[in-house]
Design a binder for this molecule. Structure first.
Ligand code: NAD
Length: 246
């Protein structure tokens, strides 16, 4: 059976993606940040994945850390034998207007959102190159495509992910490995629950469909991108935003 690893899969979009891939028939490696709360959430996600009749295992690791990713990928390969799908989902925000943003705020977001994609793609990519097959999906954002006030760090990390998606697609394509990205707009999750009412209303007014997206609407596109239906699609970024910008 094929295996999928999803980073930051203890809640939100990552949780939904890992459950969708379990439903699609993948054994799943559920990465969660090493904290008590994340572990507890991940245990519930694991049980829900197992209900689809697949094997599921939790792997705690801070994906911004190079060595931790190397160690985790080794463990996932040992546990499942192959790694066929990687979804680089883990992400954080530390918003603030540029003139008031601290160096710590900037560096933390780059480390978690951007460096993690290098770490995981490098180590999982090596496994996939030996297999001569694999599919990778990176979580970008509309902030990386169009920018967003208060998110200089976040939009930098997400724009970088779009470039990294194209580069890794070019480097890995000849080995049968596809790499794509999705750029969600405004999706209802714990991350966006933190926004103010004013920020939410401002977003809704510019969305053609005048509603937020759901985590299932992200998971569905990810499921398609890793499937054989997308076997000739690579290096692409698919915007999932209800028509935020056209
Ligand atoms: P969320 O905060 O609900 O979930 C993020 C997950 O990442 C959590 O499980 C968290 O524990 C994990 N995580 C954070 N730092 C980590 C680390 N260092 N190591 C391992 N795991 C870590 O957020 P979400 O809304 O579900 O976002 C998921 C992804 O989708 C992110 O990359 C985010 O930037 C992207 N995205 C979200 C939206 C949205 O509207 N929610 C829009 C565009 C893009």
């Amino acid at each position: 059976m094929a295996t999928a690893i999803v980073t930051g899969a203890s809640q939100g979009i990552g949780e939904c993606i890992v459950k969708r891939l379990a439903k699609d028939g993948y054994n799943v490696a559920i990465n969660c940040y090493p904290s008590e709360g994340d572990r507890k959430n991940a245990e519930a996600v694991k049980a829900q994945c197992e209900e689809f009749g697949v094997e599921a295992e939790i792997f705690e690791a801070d994906v911004s850390k190079y060595d931790a990713c190397e160690e985790m990928v080794k463990k996932v390969k040992e546990r499942f034998g192959s790694i066929d799908v990687l979804v680089n989902n883990a992400g954080i925000t530390k918003d603030g207007l540029m003139v008031r943003m601290s160096e710590e705020q900037y560096d933390a977001v780059i480390a978690v959102n951007q460096k993690s994609v290098f770490n995981m793609t490098k180590f999982v990519g090596a496994v996939m190159m030996r297999q001569r097959s694999g599919a990778i999906v990176n979580l970008a954002s509309v902030a990386g495509l169009y920018g967003n006030p208060g998110q200089i760090n976040y939009s930098a990390s997400k724009a970088a992910i779009i470039g990294m998606t194209k580069t890794s697609a070019k480097e890995l394509g000849s080995r049968g490995i596809r790499v794509n990205a999705v750029a969600p707009g405004f999706i209802k999750t714990p991350m966006t629950d933190a926004l103010t009412e004013e920020q939410r209303n401002a977003m809704l007014s510019v969305i053609a469909m005048r509603r937020y997206g759901t985590v299932d609407e992200i998971a569905g596109v990810v499921s398609f991108l890793v499937s054989d239906d997308a076997s000739y699609v690579t290096g692409q970024t698919i915007e999932i935003s209800g028509g935020l910008s056209m």
